[in-house]
Design a protein around this ligand. Structure first.
Ligand SMILES: O=C[C@H](O)[C@H](O)[C@H](O)COP(=O)(O)O
Length: 224
């Protein structure tokens, strides 16, 4: 199976994971990216079985609405029972690096409001240590150079993601050559730099369930 087929398999598995728990008043939290898109496409035919969704990006909101799924503001919903999203890397503790598509901040906000985070990823995303994928950091534009210097102090090689503006009007710095031994501590350390909105480590609030697409099927890894 190629990577797209593995992503489709985990999107199918995520539908199976939640389908029996959909109620008329259910509002789902929906992530961003190519794997999340496959999940959204599979939600379309189920739209009459739940109330709607909160999206972690404008792109996902538009995709949901095109399928006839109502999109709600997170402030009007409060909590969501599930947040379903992909990842750029995930480890055995279900800590992740996310933000390859620059949606990390809204993703982290919706994930924080979710009772369960279901991560869907093809097998290439599973790693023993996070950091081979460059860690994204969303910054307030005027702080970009300052934050980059602070990231160098932490051992990263920061690179400005030219031309990218987040849904929040901010910029992205990617941290290269930055293997992360303690994701929980590093997430907090980077977030403490003035001018950082958030970083793409999802460790303090990692996933609860990982559906991992492999050649021999979808492996389900659950922490709780
Ligand atoms: O900002 C983007 C998100 O964090 C995505 O969930 C992540 O980059 C994974 O995307 P994909 O499913 O396209 O590999």
């Amino acid at each position: 199976m190629n990577q797209d087929e593995l992503k489709a398999a985990v999107a199918d598995a995520a539908i199976k994971e939640i389908a029996s728990q959909l109620e008329k008043d259910t509002v789902l939290g929906i992530g961003t990216g190519s794997t999340a898109n496959l999940f959204i496409d599979r939600l379309g035919p189920l739209r009459d079985r739940f109330k709607g969704a909160v999206a972690s990006s404008k792109a996902s909101a538009e995709r949901l609405e095109r399928l006839g799924i109502e999109v709600f503001e997170l402030n009007d919903v409060g909590t969501v029972p599930f947040y379903i999203d992909g990842a750029d890397e995930v480890n055995a503790h279900l800590h992740m690096i996310k933000g390859g598509g620059a949606a990390l901040t809204r993703e982290k906000i919706v994930a924080a409001c979710a009772k369960r985070f279901i991560c869907i990823a093809d097998g290439s995303k599973y790693v023993s240590q996070l950091g081979n994928f460059p860690l994204p950091v969303e910054v307030i534009p005027m702080a970009r150079s300052y934050v980059a210097r602070e990231l160098v102090v932490l051992g990263a090689e920061p690179v400005y993601r030219q031309g990218v503006v987040t849904d929040n009007g901010n910029q992205i710095i990617d941290c290269f050559e930055f293997m992360i031994a303690d994701p929980v501590a590093m997430e907090a350390r980077i977030n403490a730099i003035v001018g950082v909105v958030t970083n793409g480590l999802f460790a303090a609030r990692g996933a609860d369930v990982l559906l991992l697409g492999k050649e021999d099927g979808v492996e389900r890894i659950a922490l709780t």
